[in-house]
Design a protein around this ligand. Structure first.
Ligand SMILES: Nc1ncnc2c1ncn2[C@@H]1O[C@H](COP(=O)(O)OP(=O)(O)OP(=O)(O)O)[C@@H](O)[C@H]1O
Length: 267
């Protein structure tokens, strides 16, 4: 039975592709409303597959996948999905790009203008409202994509290595903005990465995926940092270094289990 606070739930999941064996097997996972959950694991272990299940783009071979207590049948319109890809429309201004999900949902024009204005302000893009994506820096484009993913306030935001292409400084800035923005909005996030430091900075809870194929959730870490975090200071503390070490151990265990089982995915 789904708890009142649970928004997404996977029970005893098995999934694979075509004639191939399962890539994930026996996966149990829940996300509570308002939680920032990160799936951390080596390349090819099945992290994106879990996001695609939440988005209703894939069906499991076995097990249950539920959103707000209901089975997911078909595309899940309650989720926002931000990938590594730059999917801004190059011929539309920043504000038109950000408003796109609202226009598609036939939201009245005045309401669109109000919400676009709010997100331009939150993500510090007001000065760029009338620019085209080609006139923006990489970090500004990521912020515009983040605004577009959040503007219709999806109940669950799926993020698949959204900052992988940014340089270290810009990525750090995005971590600060993402956490502040989603916590202010009470947004629930399922985030995918193979970057330990990124996972340690932004998450409330981290699940290590791996140990396959078929893989699963091999470890869980509830991070000891509060909801309000000063990421500029936190990343240089001993406590942060300890968390990074723990996550690193978890990842190494997942890889050695994969090797011992004859699996492994070459990353
Ligand atoms: N549509 C598909 N058809 C066939 N195989 C697929 C499909 N999608 C994923 N796979 C395979 O399933 C496995 C898991 O892929 P997935 O993209 O979920 O991994 P990942 O952990 O997100 O990897 P990465 O970190 O490299 O993005 C891989 O071996 C991949 O080749």
């Amino acid at each position: 039975m789904t708890g009142q606070g649970t928004i997404f739930e996977v029970q005893d999941l098995a999934i694979g592709f075509g004639e191939r064996d399962d890539i994930l097997h026996g996966v149990d996972l829940t996300i509570e409303r308002g939680e920032f959950l990160t799936l951390l694991g080596p390349s090819g272990c099945g992290k994106t597959t879990i996001l695609n299940l939440a988005a209703g783009l894939l069906r499991p071979r076995a097990g249950h996948v539920r959103f707000a207590g209901e089975p997911i049948n078909g595309v899940n319109r309650n989720v926002g999905y931000m990938t590594q890809d730059d999917t801004l429309l190059p011929w539309q201004t920043v504000q038109a790009n950000i408003g796109l999900p609202l226009r598609m949902r036939k939201v009245p024009k005045a309401e669109i203008a109000r919400r676009v204005g709010r997100y331009l302000e939150i993500l510090d893009l007001g000065h760029a409202a009338n620019l085209l994506p080609g006139q923006l820096s990489g970090g500004m484009r990521r912020r515009a994509l983040l605004a577009r993913s959040m503007i219709y306030e999806p109940k669950l935001l799926l993020m698949d290595e959204p900052f992988a292409a940014l340089d270290a400084q810009m990525r750090h800035q995005m971590h600060i903005e993402l956490r502040e923005t989603v916590k202010r909005a009470g947004q629930t996030v399922m985030f995918v990465t193979h970057d330990i430091t990124e996972a340690a900075k932004i998450s409330d809870r981290v699940l290590i995926v791996g140990g396959g194929p078929p893989g699963g959730i091999v470890a869980e870490y509830r991070l000891p940092f509060g909801v309000e975090r000063d990421l500029d200071a936190l990343r240089f503390t001993d406590e942060f270094a300890r968390v990074e070490q723990e996550l690193n151990r978890g990842l190494l265990d997942a890889r050695s289990k994969a090797t011992a089982d004859g699996g492994g995915n070459g990353s």
